[in-house]
Design a protein around this ligand. Structure first.
Ligand SMILES: Nc1ncnc2c1ncn2[C@@H]1O[C@H](COP(=O)(O)OP(=O)(O)OP(=O)(O)O)[C@@H](O)[C@H]1O
Length: 252
């Protein structure tokens, strides 16, 4: 492992999120190191999105601790601070601004960049960001006029505008064709390989995700039940049982 990969960018310690009597995330501990592409899988309602919400400041954890780069404690701090510390995310339903042009959408994201954050190499301008996502030719179009899969890419562009080190992707492949998913995965890998980002990627389609990530966390009923390479988790008995075997068969 290189030094770059060893740098700890995010650490959740016993993170718990309760909604009334329901424990959506149950004492989950996990680490994320620079240069990783990590997937999060788990059956419906497993707590994947809530865990994302907790590590991006969208929901306050009930208990536990969240540390970011340089050991800074962001537990229970506001979402703007997460962006300032280099954490950016997309949402399951893309939150683009339909009436604005693609370049203005990316510019909007840039307003949330931490004032002292260096631009990402090769992704410092709206043009570079849109080109990297294959949206350069549509820069002056309004977001309402592009396809749903292009809107997903645009939302990634808005996140990139904040100059993140860690990019959290929530089901960016949902509803895409196989060819589009493949193109999306290649772009995500380039974000890591060429632009130095670290990626955490939730996808409901397990077989899809396991093809593209190097490490995977498995959540079930709010608990982390596995954390390893795709090959390791598909052989994990607790994981197979959580999915009743069904979705894992395609990847076994
Ligand atoms: N704001 C909320 N208020 C109350 N309950 C919530 C809230 N958000 C999520 N939950 C509940 O928390 C649990 C975990 O939900 P979450 O959306 O995190 O799971 P998930 O693994 O992302 O599921 P899916 O694959 O269906 O998106 C579910 O039981 C859900 O109903």
């Amino acid at each position: 492992m290189s030094n770059r990969q060893q740098q700890l960018l995010l650490e959740a310690r016993e993170l718990t999120v309760r909604f009334g009597g329901l424990t959506a995330v149950d004492a989950v501990s996990a680490t994320l190191h620079a240069g990783e592409i990590v997937g999060i899988i788990g059956p419906n309602g497993a707590g994947k999105t809530t865990f994302f919400n907790a590590i991006s400041g969208v929901v306050m954890p009930t208990s536990g601790t969240l540390l970011v780069e340089n050991g800074i404690d962001l537990t229970r701090r506001g979402p703007h601070l997460y962006a300032a510390h280099g954490i950016a995310r997309t949402f399951q339903t893309p939150r683009v601004m339909a009436d604005m042009t693609l370049e203005d959408n990316v510019r909007f994201g840039m307003q949330f960049a931490g004032r002292h954050r260096e631009p990402i190499s090769g992704l410092g301008s709206t043009g570079e960001i849109l080109d990297m996502l294959g949206l350069g030719g549509l820069a002056r179009n309004v977001a309402a006029d592009i396809t749903p899969s292009q809107q997903r890419l645009l939302e990634i562009g808005m996140a990139l505008g904040t100059r993140p080190r860690v990019l959290l992707l929530d089901e960016v492949a949902a509803g895409l064709t196989e060819a589009e998913v493949d193109a999306m995965a290649r772009r995500i890998r380039r974000l890591r390989d060429e632009h130095g980002l670290t990626v955490v990627w939730i996808e409901h389609a397990v077989a899809t995700l396991l093809k593209y990530v190097e490490r995977v966390l498995v959540l079930h009923q709010g608990r982390k039940i596995a954390d390893g390479t795709p090959a390791e988790v598909v052989r994990n008995a607790e994981v197979v049982e959580a999915y009743l075997g069904d979705e894992m068969e395609a990847t076994a």
